[in-house]
Design a protein around this ligand. Structure first.
Ligand SMILES: [Zn+2]
Length: 129
């Protein structure tokens, strides 16, 4: 789960399972530079320009997470508004920094707009979502 977002760091709490069945719950502070907007695999013909895949958890080495940029125009009262807006903010930062998956590059560069829901005052404070 994405819990904190600044312009340099993305923090997530790992929901992977340990060998004893308990939840890992490790806090992973990921460098912004370790992420890309989009995922593709030409071998299987898959690409999705709206996904951001995190590296594997550094504690359990099993679980990663996928953040999904969304294009819905949601009201601020929508239950997951802040999380979606923060994810879209992260995606825009990655796009602006040209950290884009090579297989998705042409599709992302062809976009004429960004998702409508992006927190415009982000990051604020310590970046907690
Ligand atoms: Zn973990």
């Amino acid at each position: 789960m994405l819990t904190k977002l600044t312009t340099t760091t993305v923090t997530r709490i790992c929901t992977g399972r340990k060998p004893d069945g308990s939840i890992c719950n490790a806090e992973n502070a990921l460098a912004f530079s370790s992420l890309k907007l989009g995922v593709s695999n030409s071998r299987v013909g898959f690409k999705d320009k709206d996904l951001i895949v995190t590296p594997l958890c550094t504690t359990c080495m099993k679980a990663n997470e996928i953040f999904n940029r969304t294009w819905d125009d949601l009201p601020e009262t929508f239950p997951t508004y802040r999380l979606r807006a923060a994810t879209n903010f992260l995606a825009k930062q990655l796009k602006d920094a040209s950290q884009i998956d090579a297989g998705c590059l042409s599709d992302v560069m062809a976009e004429t707009s960004d998702p409508p829901v992006i927190l415009d005052d982000w990051p604020s404070g310590d970046g907690t979502i």
